[in-house]
Design a protein around this ligand. Structure first.
Ligand SMILES: [Zn+2]
Length: 392
C-alpha cells in the first residue's frame, strides 16, 4: 500500500474487514455471532451498547454510543447482512477476504462491511477523545431482504440519545447521496368463483377483476406525473408503478377462481404512496361490490412484501450540511435509484445521507471488492468527525 492508499488506521481497518467478511452473515440467517464480535470490540470503547432482536432471537441490531449519552450526535449506520453467494461463481472463497492489486475481494467488502470496518477502526480513538456530543454506531440485520432490522432498531431508540444526523455507509464511491426513491412491494391475491365460461354472469372471474384492478393502477400514471415535486432530481421525476408478475386461472373454458400478481411502486415522496393506496382502496371497494353480488366470498387480499421509505430531498438537511463541512468545498450531492435505510431513519426524524466506500456496481455480484484507496479515503474523512462534535 502506498500513495493515496494510506492512513494510520488502514491496517486496523483491513484486519477488521477480514474478520467481518469471515462471518457468512447472509440475510435471513443468524447474525448474532457477528454482532457479538462487534460488542466485544466495543468493550471499554462504547459508553453504552444496546441490542434489539428479531422474534427468534437469532438476529440482532446494535446501537452503540461513543462519548456522552446526549442528543445531537452523529450516527454511522450500516447493515450486518450480505446477499447470498454461489461460491462456484467466485474466483476466491467469498467469505475469506482476499487482498490483491489494491483491492479487497469478498462478499460484503463493498456492501457494506468496508464502511463498518473503517468506523470500528476509528472507535477506540474516538472513545479516548473528550467528545461533547456522541458518535453512534448502528448495525442492522436483514437489510438485504426487505429492511426487517432497521424498524426494530428505530423502535428500540425511543429513549436513546437522539442523533442530529446519520451517515448510511452504503457503497456510493464516496459520493454524497441526498435522496433516493422509496420501494413499496406487494402481492395481491384475488378470489373469485369458478364456473363455465359460457355463463360468465353466474361466476366471478378473478382474472378479469385482477386486470381491471391493474388497469386502474396503471391509470394513475398521469396523476402521479402531475404530482411530481417541483425540481425533482429523479429520473423519471415522478412516482412509478409496475406489475411484475401475474398468475391465475385454470383453463380457457373456465371462469378463473383465483389470480394473484406482484407489483410495486417507487414513490418520490411519501404522500404519493398514500395517494396510490387511497385510490386503489376506492377501486377495490367498487369492484368488490360488483363481485359480491354473485359471490359473497369474493375478495382482494394485499400482502406487504416491504414498504421502504424513500430518502426525500431536503436542501436544508443537517446531514447534507455535515457532509459538506466534512468534505470541504461544495461537493456535488446526488440521487440514486436504489433504496437504503436512510429513508427509514429520515422518517424516524434522523436527517440522513448515504455515503460510503465501494462501488454499488460490484455489490450483489460475484468477486465483489472494495478499493483499498477508498477505505483509506473513508478513514480520512471519518477522522474529521470529532472536530464537528467538539462544540455545541
Ligand atoms: Zn447495502
Amino acid at each position: 500500500m502506498s500513495g493515496t492508499a494510506d492512513h494510520p488506521l488502514l491496517g486496523d481497518a483491513l484486519g477488521i474487514l477480514d474478520d467481518l467478511v469471515a462471518f457468512p452473515s447472509v440475510a435471513l440467517t443468524p447474525n448474532v455471532d457477528l454482532i457479538g464480535w462487534v460488542v466485544d470490540r466495543l468493550d471499554g470503547v462504547a459508553s453504552d451498547v444496546r441490542l434489539s432482536h428479531d422474534p427468534t432471537g437469532t438476529k440482532a441490531n446494535l446501537f452503540a454510543t461513543i462519548g456522552p449519552a446526549v442528543d445531537g450526535g452523529i450516527m454511522l449506520a450500516g447493515h450486518s447482512d450480505v446477499v447470498p453467494v454461489d461460491p462456484g461463481d467466485w474466483t476466491t472463497p467469498p467469505f475469506e477476504a482476499d487482498h490483491c492489486d489494491g483491492r479487497v475481494y469478498g462478499r460484503g467488502t463493498a456492501d457494506m462491511k468496508g464502511f463498518v470496518a473503517c468506523v470500528l477502526a476509528h472507535a477506540p480513538r474516538w472513545a479516548a477523545l473528550d467528545l461533547e456530543r456522541p458518535i453512534h454506531v448502528a448495525l442492522t440485520y436483514d437489510e438485504e431482504d426487505g429492511f426487517h432490522g432497521a424498524p426494530v432498531l428505530i423502535e428500540s431508540l425511543s429513549d436513546a440519545p437522539r442523533p442530529a444526523a446519520a451517515i448510511v455507509g452504503e457503497p456510493t464511491g464516496l459520493q454524497v447521496i441526498g435522496a433516493h426513491k422509496g420501494c413499496y412491494e406487494y402481492t395481491t391475491t384475488v378470489t373469485g368463483m369458478d364456473g363455465h365460461s359460457s355463463r360468465p354472469a353466474e361466476a366471478v372471474s378473478a382474472v378479469h377483476h385482477a386486470t381491471r384492478w391493474i388497469g386502474e393502477l396503471l391509470g394513475l400514471a398521469g396523476d402521479l406525473a402531475e404530482r411530481a415535486p417541483a425540481g425533482s432530481r429523479f429520473k423519471p421525476a415522478h412516482t412509478t408503478t409496475n406489475v411484475g408478475t401475474i398468475a391465475g386461472g385454470m383453463a380457457r373454458c373456465t371462469v378463473a377462481p383465483g389470480c394473484s400478481f406482484e407489483w410495486e411502486m417507487r414513490p418520490v415522496q411519501g404522500s404519493d404512496a398514500g395517494f396510490v393506496k387511497t385510490r386503489m382502496a376506492e377501486v377495490e371497494e367498487r369492484l368488490l361490490a360488483e363481485m359480491r353480488t354473485v359471490h359473497p366470498g369474493a375478495g382482494f387480499v394485499t400482502e406487504v412484501v416491504c414498504e421502504i421509505d424513500g430518502l426525500e430531498w431536503d436542501e436544508d438537511s443537517p446531514a447534507i450540511a455535515l457532509m459538506r463541512s466534512l468534505l470541504g468545498g461544495d461537493p456535488e450531492v446526488g440521487v440514486v435509484a436504489y433504496g437504503t435505510e436512510a429513508g427509514l431513519y429520515q422518517t424516524a426524524g434522523i436527517p440522513s445521507v448515504v455515503w460510503g466506500p465501494g462501488d454499488i456496481g460490484v455489490a450483489h455480484r460475484p468477486d465483489e471488492y472494495v478499493e483499498v484507496a477508498d477505505l483509506a479515503a473513508c478513514l480520512s474523512i471519518l477522522g474529521r468527525l470529532p472536530g464537528h462534535l467538539a462544540a455545541g
